[in-house]
Write a protein that binds this ligand. Structure first.
Ligand SMILES: *[C@@H]1O[C@H](CO)[C@@H](O)[C@H](O)[C@H]1NC(C)=O
Ligand SMILES: *[C@@H]1O[C@H](CO)[C@@H](O)[C@H](O)[C@H]1NC(C)=O
Ligand SMILES: *[C@@H]1O[C@H](CO)[C@@H](O)[C@H](O)[C@H]1NC(C)=O
Length: 329
């Protein structure tokens, strides 16, 4: 409404000016032959011409302006929206979910296969992430499989990474015609402690891999002459030994968090180390920060981020809801 008013007043001003500027010219001899019925009619034609021109210009401007303003408010068709933070949003119910049936996927870990283990409610499967300012395009398995052709996707982290690795494979398998062409390259089966798993999608020539590295930094023997309770150390300034194997990838997804607890560190005799020295009194939060700084500078110096998309996932809900649940039942 406002812009319609604007264009009208602009065109009125322009037509008034063009009338004043051009009326002397129409009296020239060349024009008089062509525009026969007198100067009043000529002026009218000219006014009409200029008003039309200005209106067309205003329409173009208006459309351009509207599109410019609308950007960031209205999602574009490919779902890529400038200025939309996809992490700012919430979970909404969606009856069209889940996207795969876990009973039909051979890569679901036994302990986490709720349906197969007899869980009867289904509502927990029907949630979809909704960013506040835009829509994420619905998962399109055909499109995704084509995009991943020839690529290498690597997950690095703890069991949270492993279950996400499993979920991604199950999602992708729904679009594959020969399920036998999707296999773990070493014939390994999934277990809690396995270090490396690589699933090949043969007809699309890509792999989805998982490296178990719960701290991301290097675990090793303590320096000599340390206190007896120190059985091993976490070298906060050195990346996990396997880091070379992660570099040459297209998508690299890390996580760490749930293992940075006294139970998983100090209670089993694992203490922190920086350079050659033990850091017995260092709080876990400081150690975690140092490890992440080591990780970040490793990404900067070792990963070609022109090729590799790097993601880091921090804490997320654990596998269990509530400490009691595991103990009681
Ligand atoms: C999943 O697959 C199993 C085995 O074919 C089937 O019994 C079950 O009904 C399926 N569940 C859903 C929600 O489709
Ligand atoms: C499979 O992908 C790799 C890149 O990861 C490429 O070098 C190779 O040529 C591809 N093989 C086929 C058969 O397309
Ligand atoms: C990445 O791309 C930038 C800009 O295109 C270029 O300057 C840089 O050298 C590239 N880095 C690598 C490691 O290829």
């Amino acid at each position: 409404m406002a812009s319609a008013g604007l264009s009208r007043s602009v065109s009125a001003r322009f037509s008034y000016r063009s009338l004043n500027l051009n009326s002397p010219r129409v009296s020239s001899a060349a024009h008089r032959k062509w525009l026969v019925p007198g100067s009043f009619f000529n002026a009218l034609v000219l006014v009409f011409f200029f008003v039309s021109l200005v209106l067309v210009l205003c329409c173009i401007l208006y459309l351009y302006w509207f599109r410019y303003l609308a950007r960031g408010l209205v999602p574009s068709f490919n779902g890529v929206v400038e200025g939309c933070d996809v992490f700012d949003g919430n979970w909404v119910r969606d009856e069209t979910f889940p996207l795969y049936n876990s009973s039909l996927c051979p890569f679901v870990e036994r302990g986490f296969n709720c349906l197969a283990n007899g869980r009867e409610d289904r509502e927990y499967l029907q949630w979809r992430w909704k960013p506040r300012l835009c829509e994420i395009p619905r998962f399109d398995v055909r499109d995704m499989l084509q995009r991943l052709r020839g690529k290498r996707i690597v997950f690095v982290g703890d069991s949270m990474s492993r279950t996400q690795w499993e979920s991604l494979i199950c999602l992708l398998m729904t679009g594959v015609e020969d399920p036998k062409g999707v296999y773990e390259v070493n014939g390994n089966s999934i277990s809690k402690t396995i270090q490396f798993l690589s699933v090949q999608f043969r007809s699309f020539n890509f792999t989805v891999e998982f490296f178990r590295s719960v701290f991301l930094v290097q675990q090793g023997l303590p320096p000599r002459n340390g206190p007896k309770r120190v059985k091993m150390t976490l070298k906060l300034d050195k990346m996990d030994f396997m880091n070379q194997r992660w570099v040459d990838s297209d998508i690299l997804i890390f996580n760490s968090g749930h293992w940075w607890t006294p139970t998983k560190l100090f209670d089993v005799g694992c203490y922190f180390q920086v350079g050659g020295s033990l850091k017995l009194g260092m709080p876990i939060t400081s150690a975690f920060r140092l490890a992440l700084e080591t990780w970040a500078s490793w990404v900067e110096s070792m990963v070609n981020t022109n090729r590799t998309h790097v993601f880091f996932r921090t804490f997320e809900p654990s596998h269990w809801s509530g400490l009691g649940q595991k103990l009681v039942k």
